[in-house]
Structure formats: structure tokens, C-alpha cells
Design a protein around this ligand. Structure first.
Ligand SMILES: NC(=O)c1ccc[n+]([C@@H]2O[C@H](COP(=O)([O-])OP(=O)(O)OC[C@H]3O[C@@H](n4cnc5c(N)ncnc54)[C@H](O)[C@@H]3O)[C@@H](O)[C@H]2O)c1
Length: 429
């Protein structure tokens, strides 16, 4: 039976391990975190993802998935470890290098090594292949078959997308491309497109850069509409009536671990030829400050205002706070508006953590006595709120809706990021 060893059991590696195990492969998942390994061996999971618990339980029960802290001999190695950015936005490929080095003692000629982590262009040729060469395997002559197969799943729908999304498989050599593509062709329902490694690397990065640039365009439109004193939502609705136009919604910033990170992987390799990508990053990064400016204007001359921040995660209906605009807004508030007291509420964030070292309140407690409520995430439970929730707790209820989720709330003054016209009429700014 073909054996697969998956390095890294996070949002990508764990579902991937379970998918291949449930397709009949013999899979060992490896993680440096012992707690993760213990949990997987008990058939349970350490991350929140709908349907993943059943998938992993089934794979472990069948005996085809187990976990370990050390790599084991296998036919295929799949590397799914983090690739964050350093403070200067350059890619940190250290995890990928360490993972590659960790498989060296068990690697054998004829094995296939696939990197699923998102990586800068030429990482396979300039970093992973040399790391394998140092361990005695020349991927250029197919001692081992080396390939990149990027992931494009969305948290919240990983179980479905893992099976049904199209996949890009980039080989370091043509033979590696075929070897790597073979296991995806057997296990996924989407098309498997074969190419060279650097094209696969770039295609993944361009997907998220495309999204970043388009979000920046929407964000810039919201600023222009504010300047012209018109409603950006109307502009977007009408422009989108064009059959080939799809302007996205503005928002308080771009979060998550992919869209605000991946463009930098391209930018660092092509600084002089990426002004559009760099500007898009700057525009999206400017949004928390822009939101704070608007908050200050809405609060007016209240001396020591209290603000309720509703929604801390980077998007709706998830508990994921990585790179969340709410965190960036709080940083800006602490630096530029120290007189503002803020009270945070998020139904998906249960407790204060290292990543979020601020007090958390119930919705009512956050709103109680607040001068302004700022909605930062489009959770369904926020969309379902009525004016009563705000009027029962706030003396003069004002809501700043940065996600454009409220048409109106009875008894509440609602300012939308896409429509600040009323703030001009009221002389707020
Ligand atoms: N999460 C997503 O939705 C998503 C989507 C597309 C692409 N990606 C990319 O996939 C890669 C993995 O992301 P993730 O979200 O699964 O990360 P994650 O942080 O959820 O999980 C990574 C795991 O790897 C483990 N690890 C780190 N170094 C290791 C090593 N040397 N050996 C064994 N285990 C090690 C960590 O302990 C952790 O459990 C990243 O490059 C990311 O950009 C993620």
C-alpha cells in the first residue's frame, strides 16, 4: 500500500492526512506539537473546522491514519508547515527548511516530496532542492521527485473544498510533476493541472494578490465616495450591473494569514515591478487608521468616550483572529486615541488569550454606556440584531457599520463605511 507522511498537522496538513487516509492510503501525520499528535491518535482534533472531527475519527478508526512527532519512511512526503512573514514582510521559509531537513533521515531514493505550504516564487528550486541536495538527494536528476502543490481551501469549508477544488501541481522536473499529480488525481474530484514548480508557486500567490488588489480598489472607492459625499454601496450596486464588473465590498482592513501575507512573497522577489501590489497592500493596511479617523469624527467632542468593538475575528462566523483588522484598530486606538476606552465583544472569541490580551464583554455589557458601537466582523448573529439591542444599552445609540450589514436599525443612527453621507449632513466631520 502506498504510504504518505504528512509534515504539519494544522488547518491544511490534518484534513489532507485524513483525506488521503479515507481514500485508502496508509498515512502518518507528523507534528512537532505533542498535544496535536496525542489528540489525533485519539481520533480527535485540535482545530475548529466543520466536518473535520468526523473525517479524522473515521480515518484513525480505520487504522489508516496515525500521528507521530517524528517523520517515518514513506513513498510520499507532504510538507504543510507555516510560512509566515518576518516583521519586514520578507517570507519566513524556516519552517519549510526544518521540515525538509527532518525527513532527510528517513528519505529514500525514488520517494516524492511535495510542498503544500504557500511559498515565494523559486522556493522549490532555490531553497528546498538545495536542502535536499545537502541531505544527499539530487532532485534535478530525480533522486527524489520534488513538487509544489499549493492549497486554496477556505477555513469553514475545508472538508468540501479539499476534495472538490481544482489543484495545481508544479514539478521541479517533468517526472516529479507526474509522480506528484498521480496521488491528487486519485483522491480529488477537481481537475489536476500540471505545470512547473515556479508557475505553481506564482499561481497560488497571484490568487490572493488578485483578491488583495480588488479589495483595495473597493476600499479606495469608499474613501473617494466619502470625499464626494455619495453612497459607495449605490456605486458598487450599479457598476456591478455591468456583466463583466464585480466590485467587492469595502471593509475595515484585510485579515487572515493568506491575503495580507501572500502578496509580499511576490513583492520581495520583484520590488521594482510591483507598484500596484505594493499600493494595494498600503491601501488595505491604511483602513484601520481610516476607520479610527471616522470614529473620532462620529464621537465628536465627547471627552473620554467609550467605544464598543463588536467582532474581533478577521471575517464573519469564524474564531480566527490572525492578522485581524480589529487587532490593528486596537493598536491604532492605543497609540492615537488613548482617551478612548474600548470594550470588546465577539461571540466566537470566548476568552482573553496571548494573541488577544484584552478584556472581553458580553454584547450587552460592551454596549452598556458606550458612545459608539463599531461593527468590525459580519457574524450572522450581528446581522440578526435589531435596534432594541442598541437602544436598550446606549443612551444615544450610534453604530459604525464597517461591514455594510445594516440597512437600518430602529432608533439607532447607523453610519456605514460605504455611506458616510449622513455624517456630513450632521456636520460630524
Ligand atoms: N489555513 C489555510 O486556510 C491555508 C490555505 C491555503 C494555504 N495555506 C498554507 O498552508 C501552510 C500551512 O498552513 P496551516 O494553516 O495548516 O498552518 P497551521 O499553523 O494551522 O499548522 C501548521 C502545523 O505545522 C506544525 N509544524 C511546524 N513546523 C513543523 C515541523 N518542522 N515538523 C512538523 N510539524 C511542524 C505546527 O506545529 C502546526 O501544527 C502555510 O504555508 C499556509 O500559508 C493555508
Amino acid at each position: 500500500m502506498t504510504k504518505i507522511c504528512v509534515i504539519g498537522l494544522g488547518y491544511i496538513g490534518l484534513p489532507t492526512s485524513a483525506l488521503f487516509a479515507n481514500e485508502g492510503y496508509d498515512v502518518v501525520g507528523v507534528d512537532i506539537n505533542e498535544h496535536v499528535v496525542e489528540q489525533v491518535n485519539q481520533g480527535s482534533i485540535h482545530i475548529e473546522e466543520p466536518g473535520l472531527d468526523d473525517m479524522v475519527a473515521q480515518a484513525v478508526k480505520s487504522g489508516r491514519l496515525s500521528a507521530s512527532t517524528k517523520p517515518v519512511a514513506a513513498d510520499y512526503f507532504i510538507i504543510a508547515v507555516p510560512t509566515p512573514v518576518h516583521d519586514d514582510h520578507s517570507a519566513n521559509t524556516d519552517f519549510v527548511v526544518k521540515a525538509t531537513e527532518s525527513i532527510a533521515p528517513v528519505l529514500q531514493k525514488g520517494n516524492t516530496v511535495i510542498v503544500e505550504s504557500t511559498i515565494p516564487p523559486r522556493t522549490i528550486s532555490d531553497i528546498v532542492a538545495p536542502a535536499l541536495k545537502s541531505a544527499g538527494f539530487d532532485a534535478a536528476t530525480n533522486d527524489v521527485y520534488l513538487a509544489h502543490c499549493p492549497e486554496r481551501v477556505i477555513p469553514g469549508n475545508i472538508v468540501h473544498e479539499l476534495k472538490y477544488n481544482h489543484r495545481i501541481v508544479g514539478g521541479f522536473t517533468p517526472e516529479a510533476m507526474e509522480k506528484a499529480a498521480a496521488i491528487y488525481k486519485q483522491s480529488v474530484e477537481g481537475d489536476v493541472r500540471e505545470t512547473e514548480a515556479v508557475v505553481a508557486e506564482m499561481s497560488k500567490l497571484m490568487e490572493n494578490t488578485f483578491r488583495d488588489v480588488n479589495i483595495a480598489l473597493a476600499n479606495e472607492l469608499s474613501k473617494v465616495a466619502d470625499h464626494l459625499n455619495i453612497d459607495a454601496s449605490d456605486v458598487i450596486d450599479m457598476a456591478n450591473m455591468h456583466p463583466r464588473v464585480n466590485i467587492l465590498q469595502p471593509g475595515p482592513g484585510v485579515g487572515g494569514h493568506c491575503i495580507p501575507v501572500d502578496p509580499y512573497f511576490i513583492i520581495e522577489k520583484a520590488k521594482d515591478t510591483t507598484p500596484l501590489m505594493q499600493t494595494a497592500r498600503d491601501i488595505n493596511d491604511s483602513m484601520p487608521s481610516y476607520v479610527l479617523d471616522k470614529m473620532k469624527a462620529m464621537i465628536g467632542d465627547v471627552q473620554n468616550p467609550t467605544v464598543a468593538l463588536l467582532g474581533l475575528t478577521y471575517k464573519g462566523n469564524t474564531s480566527d483572529m490572525r492578522e485581524s483588522p480589529a487587532l490593528q484598530l486596537i493598536e491604532r486606538m492605543q497609540a492615537d486615541a488613548p482617551n478612548m476606552t474600548f470594550k470588546c465583544h465577539d461571540p466566537f472569541v470566548a476568552a482573553e488569550t496571548d494573541a488577544f490580551p484584552h478584556d472581553l464583554y458580553s454584547l450587552d455589557d460592551a454596549l452598556n454606556g458606550a458612545d459608539l458601537a463599531v461593527v468590525l466582523a459580519d457574524h450572522q448573529s450581528f446581522k440578526d440584531l435589531t435596534g432594541d439591542t442598541f437602544t436598550s444599552q446606549m443612551q444615544s445609540p450610534v453604530v459604525f457599520d464597517t461591514r455594510n450589514i445594516y440597512k437600518q436599525l430602529d432608533g439607532v443612527t447607523v453610519h456605514s463605511l460605504t455611506n458616510l453621507v449622513d455624517t456630513h449632513k450632521q456636520g460630524v466631520q
